[in-house]
Ligand binder design. Structure first.
Ligand SMILES: Nc1ncnc2c1ncn2[C@@H]1O[C@H](COP(=O)(O)OP(=O)(O)OP(=O)(O)O)[C@@H](O)[C@H]1O
Ligand SMILES: [Mg+2]
Length: 459
């Protein structure tokens, strides 16, 4: 049984749909305005919102956007009047799962709802799997691929020695270092050299934790604990059970969240949000920051008690410019690595190019160096890399682009194709089969439209 909310100022239509939903075995609620719908959504979770476009106060697109923010797990279907293809297109762009044009026979709506709910169930199942897979994959990547820590500088030797020593304990480790100095690499080394290496290494990007969701992210929640808690969810501490939790960017954690962290570090216990039983936290804490935490404590921006819990063993990673002797080693290391990854013959740097790299200040440290090498390999022709092949780096720091996993399943692609086909067919109708006009309704090039008409056999 799913819960569905209808938003339409025409209450006859609303109650008709509610009846139909009941017969389908679902629970339907009809309201007559956007604000009213959002109120309902605040009180209880819904799997699907079906909203009309033309309404006073809020139109359907505004409802859509508000629902997306308020309840990301809820799907949205748009009802549009005939002749408003642009709104259907806009709704799809903003993330609606489907649309239906008015007037429609109930059967058409019923089929669409069935499809959306089916797809939703599949998506939720695959998200659950994906969540598990991601951790598995991260673990495998981490275990076999966390890579060598390169560095012959004195500072690096003492860090590696400290990592070996601390790995044997369960003490909390706090890693300081500018951006790109290898904090995560060292955190992984601590984990994989420890006797917790069979457990998971779970990274928490503290800077990106939304304040309202902190507890649920860290400690998990029970089904129904709050409006959008449609199912039980494990928190990061639970996922890291028996392993290591890596609190990245710990200096960015707001004070109110610091209290919550303090409790689990002190008591080694936590509760899922909405949970009855208290769970034990069998995890080692490794935290990292590029900010001067001690100074933040003095200024009152970071809790002193939390600071002392975290900084049992401090490790300071030096910026690359303070260990320039390691630059040639790192360059060599990344040249080999990147050429192998890209499957090309190893390129060589001229002495001048190497000197250029050794002189550069590297504000983005090792990460920047890695990016520069990768870029140079891609951009330079031939097997030799000359000083001229590198000039960019002196006037421009490469952007740090986080690599993002490409998700998406076959089901999703099929579904998108189906919706695209539908939109195109409608646009062609509305444009009386004048292709240039249909293309402009859809906001695509006419050539693209030709291609798609052919692809979907719509001619
Ligand atoms: N000593 C090193 N030897 C080899 N590779 C390194 C070294 N230090 C860093 N790297 C590589 O540089 C990149 C950045 O390192 P990492 O992500 O650990 O840095 P960070 O300090 O966490 O950076 P940020 O603050 O930007 O998150 C990674 O690809 C890492 O493998
Ligand atoms: Mg990092």
């Amino acid at each position: 049984m799913s819960r569905i909310l209808i938003v339409d100022d025409n209450d006859t239509l609303g109650s008709g749909v509610v009846l139909m939903l009941q017969r389908m075995g679902h629970e339907g609620v009809a309201v007559t305005s956007g604000p009213e719908g959002l109120e309902r959504l605040k009180a209880q979770p819904y799997d699907l919102v079906i909203t009309d476009y033309r309404m006073d106060e809020m139109n359907g697109l505004q409802v859509l956007e508000a629902v997306k923010v308020q309840s990301p797990e809820t799907d949205i279907m748009m009802m549009t009047a005939h002749g408003t293809i642009e709104i259907a297109v806009e709704a799809m762009k903003l993330g609606a799962v489907d649309f239906i044009s008015k007037p429609f026979p109930y059967d058409e709506l019923r089929l669409k709802i069935e499809k959306v709910l089916e797809f939703q169930a599949a998506r939720r199942a695959s998200e659950r799997l994906g969540e598990q897979n991601r951790y598995l994959r991260e673990e495998i990547d981490g275990r076999y691929n966390f890579g060598e820590i390169i560095g012959e500088a004195e500072q690096m030797h003492s860090i590696l020695a400290a990592v070996r020593k601390v790995a044997a304990t369960d003490s909390s480790v706090l890693i300081y270092g500018e951006s790109g100095t290898g904090k995560e690499l060292v955190a992984r080394a601590v984990h994989y050299q420890s006797n917790r290496s069979e457990g998971a290494f779970v990274k928490v990007n503290c800077g990106a934790l939304p304040a309202e969701l902190v507890e649920s992210e860290l400690f998990g929640h029970e089904k129904g604990a709050f409006t959008s808690a449609i199912r039980q969810k494990k928190g990061k501490f639970e996922l890291a059970e028996g392993g290591t939790i890596f609190l990245d960017e710990i200096g960015d954690v707001p004070l109110e969240t610091q209290v919550k962290l303090l409790r689990v570090l002190q008591e080694k216990q936590y509760d899922r949000v909405g949970g009855e039983q208290t769970l034990d936290a069998d995890v080692r804490i490794v935290a990292a920051t590029n900010r001067p935490l001690k100074q933040m404590v003095e200024k009152g921006a970071f809790r002193e008690d939390l600071f002392y819990r975290l900084e049992v063993i401090p490790l300071y990673l030096p910026p690359l410019r303070e260990r320039r002797g390691d630059i040639p080693l790192l360059v060599e290391h990344f040249m080999v690595k990147k050429c192998e990854e890209m499957n090309i013959t190893l390129k060589r740097l001229t002495d001048e190019a190497m000197m250029g790299l050794a002189r550069y200040p590297w504000p983005g440290n090792v990460r920047e160096l890695e990016n520069v090498i990768e870029r140079t390999i891609v951009l330079s022709d031939g097997e030799q890399v000359d000083y001229q092949d590198l000039p960019l780096i002196f006037d421009e720091v490469p952007v740090d682009r986080e690599r993002q996993g490409t998700g998406g399943s076959i089901a999703l692609n099929e579904r998108l194709d189906e919706m695209e086909r539908d939109l195109i067919a409608r646009a062609m109708d509305e444009a009386n089969h004048v292709k240039t006009k249909a293309a402009s309704l859809l906001g695509i090039k006419t050539s693209a439209l030709y291609y798609k008409l052919d692809k979907y056999g719509l001619e």
